[in-house]
Design a protein around this ligand. Structure first.
Ligand SMILES: [Zn+2]
Length: 154
């Protein structure tokens, strides 16, 4: 392989970006995955929704299989898209709209992972969750968010 080829590829990539979409699309033809958006956070979510609906489609629920298929096709078209601006906008809108449920799942995951060593009580003053060591009996803990003290059984 020509030692200059990776440099040339990078130069081509840079020129493609400067020249806009047409140039980018032309050299992307040589490598199908190149230039595509791929599976982003919204893509993973859509595929998940589609799979759940597919399973629900095993039962005689009207339209559920059609909706599952449509969602999967949307996920596929987004993954194959080269319009990074538009897909990135969609992905950010999805992330912004799901901040709270994603934080909840993250906490659930953390709770499970650290279940042997840590408890996650809610602060009675500011309602935020913080970590305390497990197995220390009844302890007084200071909330790292509002610095108020509260009693917790660990
Ligand atoms: Zn607090």
């Amino acid at each position: 392989m020509n030692p200059n080829s990776s440099f040339r590829l990078r130069l081509q990539q840079l020129m493609g970006r400067l020249a806009g979409r047409t140039q980018q699309a032309r050299w992307a033809n040589g490598a199908p995955a190149f230039g595509r958006v791929g599976i982003d956070d919204l893509g993973r979510f859509l595929i998940g929704v589609s799979v759940v609906l597919m399973v629900a489609g095993l039962f005689p629920v009207p339209y559920v299989r059609t909706v599952s298929l449509v969602v999967m096709v949307v996920a596929l078209l987004r993954a194959l898209s080269r319009n990074h601006m538009a897909r990135g906008r969609e992905n950010r809108a999805y992330l912004d709209a799901t901040v709270r449920p994603r934080a909840w799942f993250r906490l659930l995951d953390k709770r499970w992972t650290n279940r042997a060593t840590t408890r996650y009580p809610r602060c009675p003053h500011c309602r935020k969750v913080f970590a305390v060591p497990k197995g220390k009996g009844r302890i007084r803990a200071t909330c790292p968010h509002c610095h108020e003290q509260s009693m917790h059984t660990t």
